[in-house]
Design a protein around this ligand. Sequence first.
Ligand SMILES: [Zn+2]
Length: 362
Amino acid sequence: MAKPEIAKLPKAELHAHLEGTIAPAMAKQLAKKNGIDLPDDLFTDDGTGYRWESDGTAAGDLVGFLKAYDKVAGLIKTADDYRDITYDYLKRCAAEGSIYEELIISADHGASVGLSYKEMVDAIAEGVYQAREETGIEARLLSACVRHYGPDNAVKVAQQTVDCPHELVTAFHMAGDENAHTVADFAPAFKIASDAGLATSAHAGEAAGPDSIRDVKEQLGCIRYGHMVRIVEDDDFMKEMQAFGAVPEVCVSSNLVMNVFKDYAAHPLRKLFDEGFKVTLGSDDPPFFKTTIGKEYKIAAEEFGFTEKELLQVTRNAVEAAFVDEPTREKLLKKIDDYAASMQTNTPANSGNGAGKMENRR
Ligand SMILES: [Zn+2]
């Protein structure tokens, strides 16, 4: 069988944290501009990613990762920096074939550098518009609260988000430590967001087990879950969530680096897809996990045996679950359909099909 042609295949990503997308080249540029010293040992030898001290335990890795993450995120000082990192990331994604990106943004981070929520969002939007004009890539933003900052802070972030609506901010999200507080504590924040018409999603089933997913479903009513991979620990619940139509945002490289699974063989990406989940792929904090959205698709093909058709289904899953307006969704689906049609005309096995109309697997 021919190897899947990954480079040109349309891709879409629902799970990337904006501050976590800053590539080393951009980090060095920001450090220079903002007069910040960066230790050389922050970068991997090949200069494409970041490294941190690891003591070989999951907890130790998390501490090291967060330290490196804070150093890099701390390079953002101004609204222009937000614009530049957004533009830079989306351009790189478009170059890898991504047609749609959702970025998780943090009002708390904006506040930490003295920007109002509005100043931060306007700057990020400028980066989105600029990248879209140059490459055609679409993007939407998820305003996120940080779970370990507590429920009161989450209410504050939700309120800021709805008080200052922006056409690109289409959802409210919860990131941060899955073991901090209870999910129910965050129901008031999510109610503010959903009452204002925002979609919702949350991290669950990564650091914590299936109960964290059940809590998010029952307390917050989400259909999309950041990670969700630990659902495989509970067979019955897994079947229930598949029937419910839950969408897992699977970030394989992130899971391996953060010790959620020890290697590709142990990772449930293939299992979730075969169980019928509307699996999507994400890079989470790409340079920290030595990955990109293009690489995640490549890993799915090379390590999990995804065919080109299956990868296109992954992109379709993402677009169908995207927090985006219907006209834009239709446009994105058409790009996928057009690519599928070109795939079929290029496949000799289908050359005898005289029906003219392509079978649409949507
Ligand atoms: Zn994440």
